[in-house]
Write a protein that binds this ligand. Structure first.
Ligand code: GLA
Length: 654
């Protein structure tokens, strides 16, 4: 399936039954293929334990199916009913401040609760038994946005007890735990697993391995919760695809691991909603206030497509102003169409819009939709119609494997948050900036995790992999790829210890460097990096004092260890002893792509170009028209070589 499929998130339970048939008819007429329903319906379906009211949902599914729409059914475990919470208040999550987060909104459950795990499987089984073989139900979404409202880390009693069991299974004896955690430090020794508390509400910073293990435990609980429902659906709804809707900028659990149990990796795309809280600069936020960052859709679609092994859907596409960001502007006309095509270009097989009709009551009244609350079509419906017509002009085009991969390791992101050594250490921002930097060269990218096959890539870039295991190092070594390795890589073992051979630990042989010291510099300490050709660039923040016998590409100009190596190249790897941004990053990426013989297309700041099979896509995020690079072989299917503001061009190489 490579034709762009379109869909919508629908909440019939919030509207009079008399509207349902007309809604379904209108959806079909708009060219929609899919309708996602029911992710928040537990309280309606089972108003008291064991009493089920299925009739309305049966009717909705029939109406949608009879209109030719394919139904994506959801398990409703993101919002457990009040009677269950009253019976088992221990289900509720607990924040890092130790306070219980109560009923009345959603996501009011703790992933560590075995009581809730059982209840979730019970209700999933009830839904799957009823609809698992329904001819109109073609796919399932489990729960809703596991990391929404920050409930992955829960500091409940059940989490503490589960964590203790997890540690006992992991270490076997408390002596091994003490050695691994280094609890001799500050005399924090334990004599039994029952003495171990959660790493929150402490006087000072927690033991780093303690904190990292709690992040690992919490991530394991998300995978366990998801996999338990996958197993239920496999049993009662065989042959239907199973997905979950991941979020943007969500690193609190190992998405690689959860994705491994899904058929399709879903993503909820809110380019404007996620802009003002992002790590972009003020100038970038001002420039892209009504378009979203040029690399937002690409980054997340490439990441989740890679995790989905090529199967990725946008399960919620922003249709207009959302209601949950600090400010909620409207996108300029044309952006919903551009975002939809950008998702497809980056591998989405389907794009579903959030939501069908704007709510008239409750928490999300200000969130726009395809229709206003009076049923009149809003701007997104206009742009959806354009996309629905345009997709008929496109041939089949599967997204192909890229030549360049970005290594993204969730454990390293957790580790850097736990042991930053720099209170503004850019952590996940580095990954986004390297991605954006490479995309300005028109380079298509895959993402890989430590557990993935790393062969067949020409260049693997490693922006922030603080933890590098011997297994990962062996895979990198064996891949034959050239490597661009960012600072701090390999500087901690999986136990969060400094490697015996110092950083970069397991990467020492590939890089040919030894890190003798790390320092972090404030913004005011503008220092420079000087290349052999004399070019100099400002930098600050993280800096490493390294020793090497390999080729020194650039050196530090500094009052401290002036002339020490800043960029070193061995035959397999370029190692960075600092964290580059802006012009320095641009030069480093350009040099690395040239070193690896990767073809590039220089893109203007507002222009993004990508490929999907034999199709080329160009997107203009700016307010002025642009001319596309052209060699006359492009046969345009949408737009042309002059791309208007907020425009889309799609071509097929003749
Ligand atoms: C998230 C949730 C939806 C809805 C939207 C609003 O993506 O999955 O239920 O709250 O946000 O943008």
């Amino acid at each position: 399936m490579n034709r762009l499929e379109l869909g919508v998130c629908y909440y019939p339970e919030q509207w009079d039954r008399s509207l349902w048939r007309e809604d379904a008819q209108r959806m079909a007429e708009m060219g929609l293929d899919w309708v996602r329903i029911a992710e928040f319906t537990w309280g309606l379906i089972e108003p008291e334990r064991g009493v089920f009211h299925w009739d309305w949902l049966d009717e909705v599914i029939d109406i949608l199916g009879e209109a030719g729409l394919r139904v994506m059914m959801s398990t409703p475990t993101a919002a457990p009913p009040k009677w269950l919470i009253d019976k088992h208040p221990e289900i509720l999550p607990v924040g890092p401040d130790g306070r219980v987060r109560g009923f009345g909104s959603r996501r009011h459950y703790c992933f560590s609760s075995d009581v809730y795990l059982a209840e979730a499987c019970r209700i999933a089984t009830e839904y799957a038994r009823r609809y698992g073989q329904n001819p109109y139900v073609h796919a399932w979404q489990i729960d809703n946005e596991y990391n929404d409202h920050d409930t992955v880390l829960s500091y409940s009693k059940t989490a503490r007890d589960g964590f203790r069991r997890w540690l006992s299974d992991c270490y076997g004896s408390i002596e091994v735990l003490n050695d691994t955690w280094g609890t001799v430090f500050w005399g924090s020794l334990y004599s039994s697993f029952d003495q171990i508390e959660l790493p929150n509400e402490l006087v000072a910073s927690p033991n780093p391995t303690h904190a990292l293990d709690f992040a690992r435990f919490s991530s394991d609980r998300v995978r366990l919760f998801n996999r338990a429902q996958v197993n239920v659906l496999r049993q009662y709804s065989p042959g239907r695809d199973i997905t979950h809707n991941f979020m943007a900028g969500s690193f609190e659990f190992d998405h690689h691991a959860v994705a491994a149990d899904l058929d399709i990796v879903g993503f909820d795309s809110y380019p404007l909603g996620n802009l003002l809280g992002s790590t972009l600069s003020e100038d970038e936020k001002r420039r892209y206030l009504r378009t979203g960052a040029p690399d937002y859709q690409g980054f997340h679609c490439d990441l989740y497509r890679s995790q989905g092994k090529g199967r990725m859907w946008v399960l919620e596409q922003q249709p207009g102003p959302v209601d949950w960001a600090e400010k909620n502007p409207s996108p300029v006309d044309g952006m919903v169409r551009l975002w939809t095509w950008a998702a497809y270009a980056h591998g989405a097989q389907a794009v579903m819009f959030f939501r069908w009709r704007q709510a008239r009551f409750a928490q999300e009244q200000y969130h726009t939709a395809l229709l206003r609350s009076d049923g009149s079509p809003d701007q997104a419906a206009v742009e959806l119609a354009q996309v629905a017509a345009e997709r008929e002009n496109l041939p089949d085009a599967p997204r192909e494997r890229a030549h360049v991969a970005i290594l993204l390791d969730y454990e390293s992101i957790w580790a850097a948050d736990i042991l930053p050594h720099d209170d503004t250490f850019p952590n996940a921002r580095i990954i986004r900036e390297w991605y954006a930097g490479l995309r300005t060269f028109g380079v298509d990218l895959d993402f890989v995790g430590p557990q993935d096959d790393l062969n067949e890539y020409i260049l693997i870039v490693i922006p922030q992999s603080m933890i590098v295991s011997s297994e990962l190092a062996a895979k990198l070594r064996g891949s034959g790829a050239k490597l661009l390795i960012g600072a701090r890589a390999g500087s901690k073992t999986p136990d969060m210890h400094t490697p015996l051979n110092l950083a970069p630990g397991e990467l020492a042989d590939l890089t040919g460097v030894t890190v003798r010291r790390a320092e972090s510099l404030p913004e005011l300490a503008q220092e420079t990096v000087r290349f052999q050709d004399g070019a100099t660039y400002d930098f600050t923040g993280w800096r490493e004092i390294i020793e090497t016998n390999e080729t020194v590409v650039a050196s530090f100009c500094s009052a401290y260890r002036d002339g020490s190596p800043a960029i070193v190249r061995s035959d397999r790897a370029i190692y960075l002893a600092m964290i580059p941004r802006g012009p320095l990053l641009h030069t480093i990426l350009s040099d690395a792509l040239s070193w690896a013989n990767i073809p590039v297309t220089d893109c203007e700041p507002d222009l993004r170009i990508t490929r999907r099979g034999g199709l080329g896509f160009a997107f203009n995020f700016g307010a002025t028209g642009l001319s596309l690079p052209s060699d006359g072989t492009q046969g345009y299917l949408v737009g042309g070589s002059e791309i208007p503001p907020y425009g889309v061009s799609i071509w097929q190489d003749r």
